[in-house]
Design a protein around this ligand. Structure first.
Ligand code: SAM
Length: 286
């Protein structure tokens, strides 16, 4: 098979043997929980070919050896950056945001007092659109309801390049297509044709951080009032998904809401969550 590189030259794609793909999939599963089935072989081969060539490698076997020998962790970071699918956009699965505004935020069990804050975890934020959608929505909600405390959004992802885009906060028309006009006027600045920047007020609400869901511990002490973990677990097998949901649930305050992607479901193994409606769950009260 051949492909066109950026110079327009036709280059030959390096092949990946069944054994090399198996070794790579095991590594990706162990390190990141992502289940690369045989159907993904061509995709993985295509996505990694450029990495191998840039590194001057002539086979996937050499690449696997390099990953094993690398002490810096940079080769693995590059691998997950190439393998992970970061597709997302503003107001994706918009009914979740309507539910958040009309139900979840209205039901928040906040102690009285000026120090009260709302904490939201956008888990698997990719390039940031979901976190910024949450920021503009909660900011508007606070203005309407008179909530005065800080609203803090933690947005995490494994992909360094996705997080760099998120921190930059600049997007093209396609990504912002579903943002309602009133919110677009309020929260974006035009940078010219097909380019929009989110305003600093939104950026200030979000802390972007690299986090691997497979890490043995998560470095936060407080629980969250809302957790979004959407379209992440579609890449995980059932066991990994159940373990992750149980871990995330521990970080959700009882009585509060957990959102997954529309195409996802949770099994009965996730004992502490009650089903509210498709892709929306609430942590049971003790
Ligand atoms: C398709 S995006 C979902 C973006 C957004 N939540 C949405 O629904 O539009 C999936 C994200 O999960 C991240 N991801 C995959 N495995 C991960 C892991 N082990 N730890 C943390 N993030 C991971 C990927 O890097 C990717 O950005």
């Amino acid at each position: 098979m051949s492909s066109n590189d950026s110079t327009g030259e036709v280059s030959v794609l390096l092949d990946i043997s069944d054994q090399e793909f198996l070794d790579l999939s095991r590594l990706v599963y162990d390190q990141f929980g992502i289940n690369l089935t045989d159907k993904k072989k061509a995709l993985v081969r295509g996505r990694l070919n450029k990495v191998l060539k840039n590194r001057g490698l002539s086979s996937f076997e050499q690449y696997l050896n390099l990953i094993k020998q690398d002490q810096t962790g940079m080769v693995l970071i590059e691998l997950i950056d190439r393998i992970s699918t970061n597709h997302t956009f503003f107001f994706r699965e918009a009914d979740h945001f309507a539910f958040l505004k009309d139900e979840a935020l209205m039901q928040l069990n906040l102690p009285a007092g000026s120090g009260t804050e709302i904490r939201i975890w956008c888990a698997g934020c990719a390039t940031g659109e979901e976190a910024y959608t949450l920021a503009m929505l909660t900011r508007d909600w606070a203005a309407k309801t008179g909530f005065r405390g800080p609203i803090k959004i933690l947005a995490t992802d494994i992909s360094v390049t996705a997080l760099e885009t998120a921190i930059q906060g600049e997007y093209n028309d396609e990504r912002v297509r579903l943002v309602p006009l009133a919110l677009k006027e309020k929260y974006f600045r035009s940078l010219g044709p097909d380019r929009w920047a989110v305003v600093p007020e939104l950026k200030e609400m979000i802390f972007f951080k690299r986090l691997n869901f497979m890490d043995s511990t998560f470095p936060f002490k407080n629980q969250f009032h809302v957790i979004f973990c959407r379209n992440v677990m579609i890449y995980f097998d059932r066991e990994t998904k159940n373990q992750l949901v149980q871990r995330l649930t521990k970080f959700l305050m009882p009585g509060h809401y957990f959102f997954i992607g529309h195409s996802e479901t949770l099994g009965r193994e996730t004992f502490e969550l009650d089903y509210i409606k498709p892709s929306v769950y609430r942590r049971r009260l003790p």
